[in-house]
Design a protein around this ligand. Sequence first.
Ligand code: GDP
Length: 335
Amino acid sequence: MKIKGKKISIDLWVSEIQNNNKVVLAQAITLIESTKESDKIIAAELLKKCAELKTKPSIRIGITGVPGVGKSTFINTFVRNLSNKENKIAILSIDPSSQNSNGSILGDKTRMTDLVNDPNVFIRPSPSGITLGGITAHTTDTILLFEAAGYNYIIVETVGVGQSETAVHGVTDFFLLLMLPGSGDELQGIKRGIMELADLVFINKADGDNILKAKIAKAEFSLALHLFPAMPSGWTPQVIIGSAIESIGIKETIDAIDSFISITTTNGYFEKNRTNQKINNFRQQIKSIWWQQFIENQNTKNKIFELENAIKEGKLQPINAVNEIIEFQKTYFNK
Ligand code: GDP
């Protein structure tokens, strides 16, 4: 790896990240996103060293909502309220849809114009070519780098139209859902499953003529949230109405996050959840590597195609096909 054309050691790279050299941090993120085998080896070493550092306690916040709900406006205002001597904020945007929609729904860092020049803020746009399956590993590794660089608020933004929210929920501590004033019944294109994950629903654009509608929406969302089973965190999900443009409801949101941290660190959930997330990350990575090895092997690949055809033709049920592939694999690997 290089700084200003000069090759540098991994240790120097780590200390530049710790010194919040944003150029080096950006290069490090690009490295961990690389699919080249040689980059993967260096990235693993870099991440190991970063994970060993003693870093400031951080809070990882997932923010989601449909396009147009006001995510970038909200993040802009939210971060301006947080950014000070004590707090450094990193923002990562995740948009797996950018692969097949000819451009990203979340767009690039120009969406958060106020923040671009803030020395306490780092914005990373959506990685190119990220797949849904790749979110967990990529995001976790990027978060680790942010924490090594001293960022104590990590915001992971995702567009609320697919399954990426569930993946992002699995790598963050607090999950914030942005909604519009309107009927809670319609759920505005957000799947119920995503509502169930929310620690806080922020009803945005509660300004001008929308205030009454927002109040009605708050009552409906509060009712809907009550019907879900209690959260394992011991936290009761909140509904806040506000306006990202007029900076209404932002301080309450910051206070709610503080209460969440205080409750979940006291009851032990915070640490337990992070540990579980690490185990899940590990399992997902082995699953994907094993699957890759399985599918790269010509014999197992052919067998899978043969079984898939049998399923398509109605000659075989998936459960029987699974048993067949397990038997096939046993004989194949015992040879
Ligand atoms: P994103 O696609 O979710 O990131 O949404 P944007 O932040 O780009 O906002 C979409 C549109 O909604 C923009 O025209 C914003 O100016 C507008 N908007 C965002 N927040 C508010 C708000 O609190 N009140 C009003 N009235 N408009 C807002």
